[in-house]
Design a protein around this ligand. Structure first.
Ligand code: ZN
Length: 398
């Protein structure tokens, strides 16, 4: 029989020949590894983390915080300049453009959008809408250029279409230009996109306050813009809101979130750190419910989970992830706080003892901008280091 050390700490079946990051690299973790994982589990965890990084609110935060992941051996950019985020309102069969502010909050981007053939205006608030319309007016008077850069073409083609007002009518001219300032960018929806069928053209205002056209084809986009400009010129266009007839609080981010996979990945992230910094816990049967949940999902008795709220003493500062271990009477809590309190997940392991002290707290701090990790075996140390109480210490604690 093989010794415990050579068996994978997760499945407890296969030989532990692989290693993985204690804290995920895709979330800005440092290259610190745990080696007691088997190939199978390592692979399986990549899949779970992939779900977390792509199909959960974490995806938005990674994107807006520009945290790189990795594909193969190459580092991959985490951010998109104009993230493609939609709110799909099934009842109306309408797809709205969504933006993100302060890493986590979604809002309706100001947009002029075609819905069932008519043009409507949507936006989070009147102030944003006014800025948007002003930008369109400015574009109309100064430039009138739509940049039809198609990066999928090989080589990429930088085309432009210029809209000119002649005798009260707009005409368009196709051309090329080496550099275009203040043009409207055209972004095409990828064929086969899940919203392809219901997708209608729209002009929206990005978080960077740039005008962006999105549609399924160049022709569709230009036709839409033409119509829009015509309406503007004739001063006849009365644009109303389509969603306004319902309630505004329908604004939700509708990413396809697999909540269970997301939670499995979050428990795994917490468990990894627990097993690494408290190696003896891997021998305790009290972690079994958590392991079972990571491996199989489903309803596992004995594992309590919750989404938490930010705490003043912990979730402040910049570019921080924290994993907090707290042992209290009868249980140990593992609290995973990502993106400086932007997303908090907790789970509880009944009767798990990680310290001889009656109550005990420790913290793993990850500075995701600098890819640095530091473990504080004592909460007090963390507080002194990170809340710089009158001292000259660096706020990041490094
Ligand atoms: Zn395994």
């Amino acid at each position: 029989m093989s010794s415990n050390n050579s068996v994978c700490i997760y499945c407890r079946l296969r030989p532990a020949g692989n290693s993985e990051h204690v804290f995920p690299k895709g979330l800005g973790g440092q290259d610190i590894y745990m080696s007691n994982i088997c190939d199978f589990c390592n692979n399986y965890f990549s899949g779970l983390e992939g779900e977390l990084f792509r199909n959960s609110p974490i995806a938005l935060m990674r994107s807006s915080e520009n945290v790189s992941g990795y594909g193969g051996k190459k580092l991959r950019e985490g951010a998109l300049t104009f993230p493609e985020m939609f709110q799909y309102v099934e009842a109306d069969n309408v797809i709205y453009e969504i933006g993100v502010v302060q890493s986590t909050r979604g809002y309706t981007r100001p947009q002029l959008i075609q819905i069932q053939g008519d043009i409507y205006a949507e936006g989070a608030n009147q102030g944003e809408m006014t800025k948007f319309i002003t930008a369109i007016e400015k574009w109309r008077q100064n430039c009138g250029i739509v940049v039809t850069y198609v990066s999928e073409d090989k080589p990429p083609t930088l085309g432009i279409v210029t809209f000119k007002l002649i005798d009260g009518r707009y005409i368009s001219e196709i051309g090329t230009a080496p550099k275009v300032k203040d043009g409207i960018s055209l972004i095409l929806l990828q064929p086969g996109h899940e919203y392809w069928e219901a997708f209608e053209p729209r002009l929206f205002f990005s978080e960077e306050q740039r005008l962006v056209l999105r549609s399924r084809s160049k022709q569709e986009a230009l036709k839409f813009l033409w119509r829009l400009l015509d309406g503007f010129t004739k001063d006849k266009m009365y644009i109303k809101s389509f969603s306004g007839k319902g309630t505004k609080d329908r604004l939700k981010l509708t990413m396809k979130v697999n909540v269970e996979k997301m939670q499995q990945a979050l428990v795994k992230i917490g468990l990894n750190a627990l097993l690494f910094y408290y190696p003896t816990s891997s021998k305790s049967p009290m972690i079994d419910p958590a392991i079972e949940y990571v491996m199989k999902g489903g309803t596992t008795s004995g594992l309590k989970m919750a989404f938490g709220t930010p705490m003043e003493m912990l979730d402040t500062g910049e570019c921080k992830h924290l994993i907090v271990f707290t042992q209290l009477e009868g249980y140990t809590q593992v609290r995973v706080s990502l993106f400086t309190g932007g997303f908090i997940f907790e789970f509880y392991l009944d009767n798990l003892i990680i310290s001889d002290q009656k109550s005990h707290s420790a913290i793993l701090l990850v500075d995701y901008k600098n890819r640095r990790q530091k473990f504080y075996a004592d909460m007090a140390e963390f507080i002194v280091d990170n809340l710089h109480l009158g001292g000259e210490r660096s706020p990041s604690g490094f």
